[in-house]
Design a protein around this ligand. Structure first.
Ligand code: SIN
Ligand code: CO
Length: 376
């Protein structure tokens, strides 16, 4: 993507300017981010998705007795009537289930794939919403249908109400307020307090991000390093020909402590392995994602495109796809990076791949990770 091109999506800012001025820093309201936006998915389709096993959804009702929340799958008959006010249902990861929604998410690829998470879609009746709250991640809130009134603020006090099934701020103080129409969009950095209330029947698409947590990432990396260390460092024993006779036999020898630190250092000093563990972790499919093998033998000669559920990334030495890593170099590395960036590869580029890389692509096609390029 050209990061120097002003985009209507960002209110005329270039992706570079947006990242410098707003990303992780301050909100941006964009009127007509997508002009004449007609959502490619309507209420009935969203209801059907919320009813499916393996699709994450929630129903939230703001009733006289307080907030109520129910996790999906949500059968259509279990939803309140759309004539009733103050309720909403939300469907997570719609980009995994719908090509059109996945296509819209591609407009946000001026941000690395490693940070992009999913598109969540909410549908609310008048007065519906999830209450004043903050999110831990950045979000673009794109109004898709109807109007929503957003009140936002930099709340210093992030204390949550207790005894409610949702994360609701105890003392929300709005500083700004906007009503968003279809095609308008609001960007919010992490921890920015907000409350979106539907003015009428309304649908909002949230383009959401993810960021690895320090502790979780350390655990992932260290587990991988531990497995490799066990196999890689071998079974050489600690030796102590210099050990002196001791009068305090329970004391652990200093040299044994040094030996332990040395083997841990050796295990961690493995930048190549750290790189591949990170890529495998970042491209691991979500637990509710599964791929279908093609019904017939895939014919890839006309080019390929990644399945919308596939996650593909790369670093200087590897290509990663759906939790697996491949060491690549030269022309193969160049072409497979194009596949990862463009999510497609032309017939001509495909012909230039080495026999090994072609074989890998065929395996990925058999796994349902990529398909023959459609002629659209
Ligand atoms: C919603 O769409 O109702 C909530 C989205 C959000 O506040 O993050
Ligand atoms: Co939110």
């Amino acid at each position: 993507m050209n990061t120097e091109q002003p985009l209507a999506l960002l209110g005329g800012l270039t992706p570079r300017q947006f990242m410098k001025r707003h990303w992780q820093k301050k909100p941006l309201l964009v009127r007509h981010a997508i002009s004449n936006f007609v959502p490619c998915l309507g209420r009935a389709e969203l209801v059907a998705l919320a009813g499916q096993e393996g699709v994450e959804s929630r129903l939230i009702i703001d009733s006289d007795k307080g907030w109520k929340m129910k996790h999906g799958p949500l059968a259509k008959r279990s939803l309140p009537p759309f004539s009733r006010k103050k309720w909403t249902f939300l469907v997570q990861g719609v980009d995994l289930h719908h090509d059109g929604v996945h296509a819209l998410m591609q407009q946000f690829r001026f941000i690395p794939d490693a940070r992009l998470d999913d598109v969540m879609i909410s549908y609310a009746t008048e007065g519906g919403g999830v209450g004043p709250h903050f999110d831990s991640y950045d979000v673009f809130l794109l109004q898709a249908h109807g109007q929503r009134r957003w009140r936002i603020g930099r709340n210093k006090d992030l204390t949550l109400q207790s005894g409610v099934p949702l994360k609701i701020l105890q003392n929300f103080e709005a500083e700004e307020e906007f009503v968003l129409n279809p095609g308008d969009m609001l960007y919010l950095p992490p921890k920015y307090a907000h409350d979106g209330v539907a003015e009428n029947e309304c649908m909002t698409w949230s383009i959401g991000f993810r960021a690895p947590q320090k502790g979780e990432l350390a655990r992932e990396m260290l587990q991988g390093l531990a497995d490799e260390a066990f196999d890689g460092l071998g079974d050489a024993l600690y030796r102590d020909p210099q050990q002196l006779a001791v009068s305090c036999p329970a004391a652990i020898p200093q040299a044994l402590g040094d030996f332990a630190r040395q083997v841990v250092d050796q295990a961690v000093q493995n930048p190549d392995l750290l790189g591949s563990l990170l890529g495998e972790y970042l491209t691991e499919p979500k637990s509710n994602v599964w791929f279908e093998a093609p019904a017939s033998e895939p014919a890839l000669s006309a080019g390929v495109q990644l399945d919308r559920r596939s996650k593909m990334m790369y670093d200087q030495k590897h290509i990663f796809i759906n939790g697996e890593s491949f060491r690549v170099a030269g022309k193969d590395a160049r072409l497979l990076r194009v596949l990862a960036d463009d999510r497609a590869l032309s017939a001509m580029a495909l012909r230039s791949l080495s026999p090994d890389a072609k074989e890998a692509l065929l395996d990925w096609a058999h796994a349902g990770w990529l398909h023959a390029r459609s002629m659209t």
